[in-house]
Design a protein. Structure first.
Length: 247
């Protein structure tokens, strides 16, 4: 029923089928599972084809800054703002697509660490033999959090850092990290892990995933239609099913 509502809303957004375009999308891996469900609905309604490429916020920012072009670029908001300031993205087209909190996971069946407070999490991280986090938006925040908790040196010596397109959950499932911290949307699809819960409220950080049209976009009109679709209220439930909150 919900998917039918999304499809119906999409047809209202595109009442007349324009000439089909191929849209290049460069987006954070945190959005991947949700968008793999939503993009076919956009394609069916609009006639356009979306060519997605997934990576981390850090990698996307670096590649776009170096000259790589995609029609639509979506990443952690600080990266979006930096690329706008660099003149790579068009500020007037900026939109918020989703938000996500950081959660903690362990290997399936492993004892669950105490994460009930900042002090409890600190003790659990110190006690863990290895800690996994990403090089992307959540990892950037976590490094700062470890420093503020006064445990960065201890964590760094046993860190298992996931590179772009490498889920932290996979490191946990394979035993490379005893505790993993990552966006909920990126932990949910991984088999072989148990999601313990979110960071304690006093430490939680909500990543805002925003994006904008690239200044050199080859398909600006079709891309603006994609932005409208991905930010429409009708896609909210589809976003939530994958551990994200609508923008």
């Amino acid at each position: 029923m919900k998917l039918r509502l999304i499809a119906a809303a999409a047809f209202l957004l595109f009442p007349s089928m324009a000439q089909a375009s191929e849209i290049k999308l460069f987006a954070s891996g945190a959005l991947k599972e949700a968008y793999l469900e939503l993009l076919p609905k956009f394609e069916a309604a609009s006639g356009h084809k979306v060519m997605p490429a997934w990576s981390s916020t850090t990698d996307i920012r670096k590649r776009v800054a170096a000259g790589e072009v995609a029609d639509l670029v979506i990443l952690g908001d600080s990266g979006t703002q930096a690329l706008i300031e660099d003149g790579k993205l068009i500020a007037s087209t900026r939109a918020v697509f989703a938000k996500s909190g950081i959660y903690i996971a362990v290997r399936s069946g492993a004892p669950k660490p105490d994460i009930s407070s900042a002090d409890a999490l600190k003790r659990s991280l110190i006690a863990a033999k290895s800690v996994g986090y990403s090089e992307g938006a959540s990892g950037t925040y976590l490094v700062d959090m470890f420093q503020k908790l006064g445990i960065y040196d201890q964590i760094k010596s046993k860190a298992s850092v996931a590179k772009a397109n490498e889920p932290v959950g996979e490191k946990v499932a394979q035993g490379e990290a005893e505790i993993g911290l990552h966006q909920l949307s990126e932990l949910m699809p991984v088999k072989g892990i148990d999601i313990v819960g979110p960071l304690p409220a006093e430490l939680q950080f909500i990543t805002v995933f925003s994006g904008a049209l690239h200044r050199d976009a080859k398909e600006p009109t079709a891309t603006e239609a994609l932005i409208r679709f991905l930010t429409a209220p009708a896609v909210g439930e589809g976003i939530k099913r994958h551990g994200l909150e609508p923008g």
